[in-house]
Design a protein around this ligand. Structure first.
Ligand SMILES: [Zn+2]
Length: 71
């Protein structure tokens, strides 16, 4: 289950919630119970996968280098 980071528009409280994607609309501020939230993308998971991707293609020039499966 992914963690979503939110900032409350009403009281400016920042917090993280564990939510199913389908339950994201039910997120509310634990302080003032407002549902007026801004979702913040920390992107930890995206960064991790991007790092893996670029690392795997580091030696590839992007043309037919013959050294990787991507060419
Ligand atoms: Zn709030």
């Amino acid at each position: 289950m992914p963690t979503y980071d939110f900032t409350c528009r009403d009281c400016n409280h920042s917090f993280a919630l564990l939510l199913n994607i389908k339950d994201r609309d039910k997120a509310r501020c634990p302080i003032c119970k407002s549902t007026s939230l801004v979702q913040r993308f920390t992107g930890l998971m995206y960064k991790a996968s991007a790092k893996t991707d670029s690392g795997g293609r580091k030696s590839c020039s992007g043309k037919s280098c013959g050294n990787c499966a991507g060419c």
